[in-house]
Write a protein that binds this ligand. Structure first.
Ligand code: TMP
Length: 212
């Protein structure tokens, strides 16, 4: 019998919501329960495309807005063969940001529609579960100053948050909203519970295509 595929689990949210910490903790918890799991993150800054994106985010280079949007998408597509292989091998992937960040960030810029922004990512492997770490701007502010990368301003993050709210209305995606204002363990418990709940379904259904 063919081995069961892994689940594709994505964590999204605005900056400082604790995505990276929670991805690491989830991978650890899954492994402890005997479920092979690995973390991935987008952008993956290690590839040639990822290095272009990284220089842009660090403001070491400027890129035209449509161009950088397509590079973020290309950075996901270039990893698709690796993702599919791992999922087929039964490895669950816990992904820090995905196409939803791509759409939310670019469409927060003037002149970009959600539709246009979604097109390049249409057909990517569809996550079995997308958890949005919800944190209001006042709570985010308590967690300290923004960094110095592009997009790290409260006005832009507010616009991004609004775009995420719009994306979450799409019932073709399995969204769960997580209250990220709880302590780290509280957030982790919620994330772990939702993740363990999707395993059965993920194992018994083929990997879908996003936004198709
Ligand atoms: P991070 O590496 O700290 O998560 O930051 C990546 C930044 O890039 C963050 O501000 C969100 C933004 N971003 C996009 O604009 N488009 C994308 O497709 C992704 C994945 C991230």
């Amino acid at each position: 019998m063919a081995s069961k595929r892994g689940a594709l689990i994505v964590l999204e949210g605005v900056d400082r919501a604790g995505k990276t910490t929670q991805c690491n903790k989830l991978v650890q918890a899954l492994i402890e329960r005997g479920r092979p799991a690995e973390m991935m993150r987008f952008p993956d800054r290690s590839t040639t495309i990822g290095q272009l994106i990284s220089a842009y985010l660090q403001k070491k280079s400027d890129l035209e807005d449509h161009t950088v949007h397509l590079l973020f998408s290309a950075n996901r597509w270039e990893l698709v063969p690796v993702m599919k292989k791992k999922l087929e091998q039964g490895i669950t992937l816990v992904v820090d940001r995905y196409a939803f960040s791509g759409v939310a960030f670019t469409s927060a810029k003037p002149g970009f529609s959600l539709d246009w922004c979604m097109k390049p990512d249409e057909g990517l492997p569809k996550p079995d579960l997308v958890m949005f770490l919800q944190l209001n701007p006042a709570e985010a502010a308590l967690r300290g100053q923004f960094g110095t990368e592009r997009y790290e301003t409260s006005a832009f993050q507010k616009a991004v948050h609004e775009r995420f709210e719009q994306l979450m209305k799409d019932s073709s995606v399995n969204w769960k909203v997580i209250d990220a204002s709880q302590n780290i363990e509280g957030v982790h418990n919620d994330i772990r519970t939702h993740s363990l709940n999707v395993f059965n379904e993920a194992q018994n259904t083929p990997l879908g295509e996003l936004w198709r």
